[in-house]
Design a binder for this molecule. Structure first.
Ligand code: SAM
Length: 329
């Protein structure tokens, strides 16, 4: 019988889809400057194929979809994909993760397509440092994009901040202040050893507990009780703040027992765990005319292969060589 329960009794209800491996930034922890190997267009799933996978997934209890990349806003007619995903009755929640560079012009059409929830990656509030981290001069575009999205009514707007020692760990209090002034959910993400190009090293890693201690010098943090809609983030708030603070502690407090997700890579692989390169190919079955039922079986195989937990702890063997831009984060 079809089931979305994995071998460790976790219910899989969330699919994250990387729609492209192309990106308009070259973040130092994500993408190499030289020898960037991009997928052939023919290897990237079409929107029709992505929607087919989402439909199959809904049969197995998927209720939530996040579209990511690479940079999803770069892909042609992306609004069409968002609109189609928002129209699937069984999908209760569609969101995107974007670097925000194209948000100024795309926010309105995305909102009209039915999107309400966005995550924008912004690791620094300093334009020069932004250029150093992303290797592109796009800080103003992203900042303006955030203001436009806020004015249009997106909610929540989450701001993803990957904290890297010696790079942006001296800006934590500025982000704290931003969470007070703006209705943004600032989510501090632990730097993860994912992909050949992550440049990760133990000495660059800052655990969430350290980030939280630093933030507490800004003011007391009230814990927000976990709701069933919450992902892995531990949520907090400063007094009288318009926004929130969240911690995604994939390494220091791994949240594998709560994992409810599967990932679809840009080239059509179902990935049971972010941190491991074990994948189930669904592109060939899609292109070889498998029936809906057969595709469902493939999806179920991926659920069945979810490991109990990841093993990406500091200094242990790295199991994930695939780049974050094809997985989608
Ligand atoms: N282009 C979009 C963006 O920038 O948000 C979506 C793709 S990006 C790969 C998705 C998320 O993964 C971003 O928030 C990014 O900061 C995060 N990310 C990439 N590499 C990471 C790493 N090594 N550790 C932690 N987060 C990472």
């Amino acid at each position: 019988m079809a089931s979305n329960v994995d071998p460790y009794n976790r219910k899989i209800t969330y699919l994250r889809v990387s729609v492209t491996d192309r990106c308009n930034l070259r973040c130092m922890y994500c993408t190499p400057v030289k020898d960037l190997k991009l997928l052939d267009h023919a290897d990237i799933l079409s929107y029709e194929e992505i929607l087919k996978v989402i439909h199959v997934a809904t049969d197995l209890g998927i209720k939530k979809v996040r579209l990511t990349g690479g940079e999803p806003l770069l892909r042609r007619n992306f609004v069409h994909l968002v609109e189609s995903a928002c129209r699937i009755p069984q999908i209760e929640d569609v969101s995107i993760t974007t670097n925000g560079v194209l948000l100024q012009e795309m926010a309105r059409p995305l909102f009209e397509a039915g999107l309400r929830r966005i995550n924008v990656s912004l690791d620094t509030l300093n334009p020069l440092k932004y250029t150093k981290i992303t290797r592109r001069e796009c800080f103003d575009a992203v900042w303006n994009g955030l203001q436009v999205a806020e004015a249009i009514g997106f909610s929540p707007i989450k701001v993803n901040v990957v904290v890297i020692k010696g790079i942006n760990d001296n800006e934590l209090l500025r982000f704290a202040d931003l969470s007070v002034r703006k209705p943004y959910h600032i989510r501090f993400i632990e730097y993860m050893p994912i992909g050949r190009d992550s440049n990760w090293a133990p000495e660059k890693y800052v655990p969430s507990d350290k980030i939280r201690s630093k933030l507490e010098t800004f003011g007391p943090l009230r814990k927000i009780p976990r709701s069933i809609h919450d992902g892995p983030a531990e949520r907090y708030q400063f007094q009288s703040a318009k926004g929130e603070i969240g911690f995604i502690s994939a390494l220091s407090h791994h949240f594998c027992p709560l994992c409810n997700r599967l990932r679809l890579t840009a080239d059509g692989k179902l990935r049971p765990c972010l941190f491991a390169d074990d994948e189930v190919d669904i592109k060939s079955p899609l292109r070889n005319g498998y029936s809906h039922q057969d595709l469902r079986d493939v999806f179920q195989q991926a659920i069945a292969r979810k490991p109990r937990r990841h093993h990406a702890e500091i200094l242990k063997k790295r199991e994930c060589l695939r780049s974050m831009s094809t997985i989608g984060g």
